[in-house]
Design a protein. Sequence first.
Lengths: 115, 107
Amino acid sequence: KAGVTQTPRYLIKTRGQQVTLSCSPISGHRSVSWYQQTPGQGLQFLFEYFSETQRNKGNFPGRFSGRQFSNSRSEMNVSTLELGDSALYLCASSTLAGFNTGELFFGEGSRLTVL
Amino acid sequence: AQRVTQPEKLLSVFKGAPVELKCNYSYSGSPELFWYVQYSRQRLQLLLRHISRESIKGFTADLNKGETSFHLKKPFAQEEDSAMYYCALNSNYQLIWGAGTKLIIKP
């Protein structure tokens, strides 16, 4: 079956702009989680959604938001971009039990560059 | 506070030598711990989890609650083991990650 798909793969924005990233999970997966990966901070949890409900949120400012649709696709939005938001944003999907058992399936990521 | 520590950014060993990637955690309660691996140009993927006590690709990891550790071990390293390894802790639908260890297997 098709894997987790993230779009766009690469994008360049300028400070102050906003960006929306999309994640299509594996068919049948209802949990979607997002992560920010940077050389300095490594992998950091952003948020996790299950059946359109956010179950947890990482320690990020309110400029970072997300949502999940009824078809389990998810989007994350970053408003008022800062240089430090430049990162690889990873999305992962899993079944209900899968998140707790670590069975996450990751996308290739969206690489955001903020100039 | 919940935290995962991987003290080694880089670990380089010769093929056939034993490998141990260290992971220590800080968590109040029963931890759910995992090892993830990212091979070059591939997606991040689950390698193994403590709850299943399995051996994957020759790797094992034992949870030591007394030492709050979950080290990843393999008795004989192979060149294809070269990758980035991450230890992660599940806390209430939040995955907390270690900084990762880059493992290089020298021929």
